[in-house]
Design a binder for this molecule. Structure first.
Ligand code: PMP
Length: 302
């Protein structure tokens, strides 16, 4: 970890409340509502070959996440799309990870803070997407977390809200401390839900099976992978999945903007062998994110 430059000490600029500012000057006060009461939502996006994959979808979700928490973003979606592109461009990156964040400021400090200002920051940094199929196909090992995804009437589960990540960080820290790569979380009913920052797919008899996203994020990558599978005549079954079924699946993989398509080799005592369908979806997604702009336009028109 020693070689990682702390995030507040990096070079360059980022977009903060309407303008580009020097990276190291993008500071907030300790009495910020977002820090104390988790009034914060964010996005995670990737820039591939100079183009942000599904930028508009991410921006729309950012606005929806903020709306759910009662925060009105003081910009239009179009302005945020442009600002996100600017945040990547100012760093001179062709491939990068992007992090827009929206939070309540420091005007008021109590549970209720309706008059607080809504701030927006967007930063880009290099987070390589490793696409070495041989390496990736070894798969990662997941622990089963003791924390569960909350019910939709216990938390704003459709929002990519910072507060929902408290149990994800705890789960992942615990998993890593025991030598695992990540953790799988069950939901409030005890059904298979997702990993700490990615959705899950399973393979059985040539079909993909994925849990119904009714209490966790219906990931943009999840939706892309389902569309890519259907375009290849690979059936996708969205259904409730019991943990007792895990032994009946042949393959398992995670999907997410950061994780992309990441095969899984173990979930607790259950073993999987990353195989043909994981590889097919990994390759299809890797091609889709780097599709030339003309093809993207054609797809949209069609
Ligand atoms: N679930 C959680 C908890 C996540 O953090 C993410 C990553 N944003 C996902 C699912 C996948 O979402 P997406 O594919 O839109 O990145």
């Amino acid at each position: 970890m020693a070689d990682i430059i702390p995030f507040d000490q990096r070079e360059g600029s980022l977009w903060f409340d309407g303008k580009l500012v020097p990276w190291k000057d993008a500071k907030i006060h300790v009495l910020t509502h977002g820090l104390h009461y988790a009034s914060s939502v964010f996005e995670g996006e990737r820039l591939y070959n100079g183009r942000i994959y599904k930028l508009e979808d991410h921006t729309t979700r950012l606005f929806e996440s903020a709306r759910i928490l009662g925060m009105e973003i003081p910009y239009t979606e179009e302005e945020i799309n442009k600002a996100t592109i600017e945040a990547a461009r100012v760093q001179g990156f062709q491939d990068a990870y992007l992090r827009p964040v929206v939070y309540r400021g420091s005007e008021q400090m109590s549970v209720a803070a309706p008059k607080s200002k809504i701030h927006v920051a967007i930063a880009a940094w290099q987070w390589p997407s490793y696409f070495d199929p041989t390496e990736k196909l070894k798969g990662i090992r997941l622990e089963i977390s003791r924390w569960r995804r909350p019910a939709p009437d216990c938390a704003p589960t459709k929002s990519k809200a910072a507060g929902l990540y408290m149990i994800c960080t705890m789960s992942k820290h615990e998993a890593e401390s025991r030598g695992y790569g990540d953790a799988m979380m069950l939901d409030y009913r005890g059904l298979v839900a997702e990993a700490t920052g990615a959705n899950m797919f399973f393979v059985k008899d040539g079909k993909l099976h994925t849990p119904i996203a009714d209490c966790f994020l219906n990931g943009i990558t999840r939706q892309s992978v389902m569309a890519l599978a259907k375009a290849r005549q690979i059936p996708v079954v969205e259904r409730y999945i019991e943990p007792t079924e895990l032994d009946t699946f042949e393959e398992c993989f995670l999907t997410g903007s950061a994780a992309e398509v990441t095969p899984v080799s173990e979930i607790g005592p259950h073993k999987f062998t990353p195989g043909r369908l994981s590889e097919t979806m990994m390759t299809a997604y890797a091609a889709d994110v780097r599709k030339p702009v003309s093809e993207v336009t054609l797809t949209k028109v069609a």
